[in-house]
Design a protein around this ligand. Structure first.
Ligand SMILES: N=c1c2ncn([C@@H]3O[C@H](COP(=O)(O)OP(=O)(O)OP(=O)(O)O)[C@@H](O)[C@H]3O)c2ncn1[C@@H]1O[C@H](COP(=O)(O)O)[C@@H](O)[C@H]1O
Length: 112
């Protein structure tokens, strides 16, 4: 799956450089610019939240999974637009791995 993210990073990077906005959704987002991309990230986050609430009631996770995929995808476009990618995020998650969220929060408040 890590390979899939790498492959997607490469496709998104290619679309940014030389994508045709008539042929490529990703190229059309880059052409519209950061505000449009951020609007899509916000929209997909809301849709994922609503789908999670529905999943809790129905016990069917399929829409939640599809909406989360939309959210991840648009977040990857955001990263790519600004010169970052999935590997940067995975590195950050790797750095945090095994570190309790509560301990990390306590360390942060001690710095203040
Ligand atoms: N993973 C995705 C992916 N997930 C979702 N989407 C698109 O994201 C869009 C957003 O969904 P919406 O329902 O909000 O769409 P919409 O209402 O048409 O969008 P707006 O008018 O609001 O902008 C849809 O058009 C989906 O097809 C994706 N588009 C592309 N990819 C990947 O990106 C690659 C490159 O795509 P292209 O640039 O289109 O070739 C593809 O091969 C895929 O691997």
């Amino acid at each position: 799956m890590r390979d899939l993210l790498r492959q997607l990073d490469t496709v998104l990077e290619d679309r940014k450089g030389e994508g045709d906005a008539q042929q490529s959704y990703v190229a059309s987002l880059h052409e519209k610019g950061l505000n449009k991309i951020l609007e899509k990230v916000g929209e997909e986050a809301t849709e994922a939240i609503l789908a999670a609430k529905d999943a809790q009631t129905s016990g069917d996770n399929r829409d939640m999974i599809a909406e989360t995929a939309d959210l991840w995808f648009h977040s990857l476009v955001m990263l790519s637009h600004l010169g970052a990618n999935s590997q940067d995020v995975l590195r950050e998650l790797g750095r945090r791995f095994g570190l309790s969220g509560l301990e990390e929060k306590a360390a942060r408040s001690n710095e203040d």
